[in-house]
Ligand binder design. Structure first.
Ligand code: ADP
Ligand code: MG
Length: 257
């Protein structure tokens, strides 16, 4: 089984700015639940955006593979990038759902891979797609909200909707960039539990960036710690303590902001 994600010798700068990603090497296997932690500005978002192809790594020897196929090499996106796009679900801190559309329509968008420009399109989807979408909403505990406009949902509910959309898309990999950063503690916990469920029960590989260490320890099997754009720790959750992580960043508590 090839690695789901492989990042080899990846460097990234924006223009003539400072180095944002400094020789990143990672291999992530199918089924892992990985926390990508780091203080603000350490490069978490840039790494996630580079893995999913929203950014390209710098020219040179850097290479990224998804599901065993090279998607970027020498600073260029390869055709595999487009082909594999539907297998990668991306979840951001905010703006995950189209607020004017119903939750169900948002989740069905996972089937299309793009946001539709017209309304009232629910009936255009085959019944089988609607059943798939409703099942995904059940998986995240949101089936009763299917007909509600996304704008009426709380932040945590929207994030769970985004997870349902990734499931409907049949994503094998979810990249979640600080999905709980703007949520209250109870909603944050629920979103992390939902990611855990789809990882353990649906076999979706999850990479989730966080700046709160406690969530990483509670929900993830592996921790990758970024510091100043470089990997400062990459290993099992058992292999390091919260205190050691805090020391690594020179902070007192469990929040790396
Ligand atoms: P994190 O997600 O860990 O907070 P980021 O990846 O967002 O870190 O940012 C890492 C560094 O890269 C920061 O110094 C940030 O200012 C810089 N950066 C990120 N995106 C851009 C961009 N599009 N243009 C210029 N600099 C950027
Ligand atoms: Mg970020």
């Amino acid at each position: 089984m090839p690695n789901i994600v492989e990042v080899k010798s990846v460097n990234k700068r924006f223009g003539r700015g400072p180095v944002v990603l400094n020789d990143i090497n990672l291999a992530i296997e199918e089924g892992e639940m990985v926390a990508l932690i780091g203080a603000s500005g350490s490069g978490k978002s840039t790494l996630i955006r580079t893995i999913c192809g929203l950014e390209t790594a710098d020219t040179g020897v850097g290479r990224i593979s998804l599901f065993g196929q090279v998607t970027q090499s020498g600073g260029k996106r390869l055709p595999a990038q487009r082909q594999l796009r539907s297998q990668v679900g991306v979840i951001f801190q905010q703006f995950n759902l189209v607020t004017r559309l119903s939750l169900l329509t948002n989740v069905l968008v996972g089937r299309l891979g793009r946001i539709p420009k017209w309304r009232g399109l629910l009936g255009l989807f085959p019944r089988s797609d609607r059943i798939t979408a409703l099942k995904a909403l059940e998986r995240v505990g949101m089936a009763d909200k299917a007909r509600q406009r996304a704008s009426t949902l709380s932040g945590g509910q929207q994030q769970r909707g985004a997870i349902a959309r990734a499931l409907t898309q049949e994503a094998r990999l979810i990249l979640a960039d600080e999905p709980i950063a703007s949520l209250d503690p109870a909603s944050a916990e629920r979103v992390m539990e939902t990611l855990g469920t789809i990882n353990k029960e649906d076999g979706v590989t999850v990479i989730v960036s966080l700046h709160q260490i406690d969530h990483a320890f509670k929900h993830c099997d592996r921790i990758i710690a970024l510091k100043d754009g470089a990997v400062a720790y990459d290993g099992t959750t058992e292999g390091i303590s919260p205190e050691n992580i805090a020391n690594l960043y020179g902070v007192e508590g469990l929040d790396l902001v």
